[in-house]
Design a protein around this ligand. Structure first.
Ligand SMILES: [Zn+2]
Length: 412
């Protein structure tokens, strides 16, 4: 592995990678935007495009029965341990060009940097068919198949048009009965991904080493009071559900500000009956709480709900809640992450460990093998939007880090 990749070479490849991401962004279901859901027609165009680049770099290209694009770069001995490098090829509606796609394109660029040289490791680049959960309301179809957890229940899920996952796989020319063959053991999995947040930019850093993917609690919290006339009901005689919810939202924000690493959000609030001259009889709020440590998340959630109870009691309201999601944090593999730290430093960049507040394929793949993840700065912190961008220098830094990582893994 050439560790001394020249800056000009990696910068040229970074520009090429960015151009490729932009080309792939033109493979879309919606002209003028980038929208690409599970195994839709433009996904076939993406497979053809990436497949040609993979073959040109010396990879054997296939598509598994979950619709994941896979390019295998054989090892010098013909067997030996396999490292997976990948991310997802589907997008949200009206997406940017880099979420997911950058990780796959960077994997291909790393193989191109090897210029035909074989390693002791076999490397497989994986472009997952589905991560965003747009078409079937369930995310991670591709990576779930890779870890052997795409069963009958998943295959039976239907999109809004009534087409099941199994139907979509068949329509793409694949065999849902053989989805189990997508399962793969490997030495480990490395994912490059844009940060999709403002932290690296705020710290003026090109790269971040992901330490854990935050656990999430999602709930619906309902305050109930009494709807009444806004003009005739004196303040002291009201049971205003919306005012109670508002007080509680302030408490949610204070809790998150007080606990290091915690993020807590009320992103939706529905008041009923919802008229300007009627005191709200009920208010339904969403709650999203995330932290890299499950105990911290659960303790904060308990305090937030305790506050809801206190506020409700004081205001003569009832409060109840329903848990929608309780997803534990997923730590990245400590030794692979340490190798990634070293690689970042060797490539000449500051090492910054961080938590991912968003879910990623790495979080699913971690159930089956060691995983590590590298974030690339998101200018403006913008993602899931056409303005999503990357800086060529940052992409070059990721490439150089990737080369150092491969070299370190060969020695390990
Ligand atoms: Zn993504």
């Amino acid at each position: 592995v050439p560790t001394g990749t020249s800056t000009e070479q990696s910068l040229a490849l970074a520009h090429e990678a960015i151009a490729r991401c932009r080309q792939i962004a033109a493979d879309t279901e919606e002209p003028g935007f980038t929208t690409r859901t599970f195994l839709s027609a433009p996904m076939r165009a993406v497979h053809e495009r990436l497949g040609a680049w993979m073959e040109h770099a010396g990879m054997k290209v296939s598509i598994d029965h979950a619709g994941n694009l896979r390019g295998r770069y054989p090892s010098s001995s013909g067997d030996g341990p396999r490292l997976l490098i990948g991310s997802h090829l589907d997008t949200v509606p009206h997406a940017g060009a880099f979420d997911g796609v950058l990780g796959v394109v960077l994997g291909v660029a790393l193989i191109e940097l090897l210029a035909g040289r074989r390693l002791k490791l076999e490397i497989e680049i994986v472009g997952f068919s589905e991560e965003e959960g747009v078409r079937f309301g369930v995310p991670f179809i591709g990576s779930r198949a890779l870890i052997g957890e795409a069963g009958a229940e998943l295959l039976a899920r239907r999109d809004v048009a009534g087409v099941s996952v199994a139907d979509a796989i068949t329509a793409f020319g694949l065999d849902p009965a053989r989805i189990g063959e997508a399962a793969q053991d490997a030495l480990g999995y490395l994912e490059f991904h844009i940060e999709q947040g403002p932290v690296l930019e705020d710290r003026n850093l090109p790269l971040g080493v992901v330490q854990a993917i935050a656990g999430q609690s999602r709930l619906d919290v309902v305050f109930e009071g009494k709807a009444n006339h806004a003009g005739t009901t004196p303040m002291a005689l009201r049971r205003d559900a919306l005012a109670g919810a508002a007080e509680w939202i302030g408490a949610v924000e204070r809790e998150a500000q007080a606990v290091s690493g915690l993020v807590a959000t009320v992103g939706r609030l529905d008041a009923s009956p919802g008229a300007g001259n009627v005191i709200a009889g009920s208010a339904r709020a969403s709650l999203d709480v995330r932290h890299a440590a499950d105990t911290a998340r659960c303790q904060s959630l308990a305090r937030i709900l305790e506050q809801a109870g206190e506020i409700a009691t004081r205001r003569f309201l009832n409060v109840s809640w329903e848990q929608r999601l309780d997803q534990p944090a997923v730590p990245m593999d400590p030794s692979m992450t340490l190798l990634l730290d070293h690689a970042v430093a060797q490539a000449g960049h500051p090492v910054h460990r961080m938590t991912s507040g968003a879910g990623h394929d790495a979080m699913i793949v971690a159930r089956r093998m060691p995983v590590a993840m590298l974030f690339v700065r998101s200018p403006g912190g913008i993602s899931h939007h056409p303005d999503e961008a990357v800086l060529a220098g940052d992409v070059a830094a990721a490439l150089e880090t990737g080369m150092c990582f491969l070299a370190n893994l060969e020695k390990a």
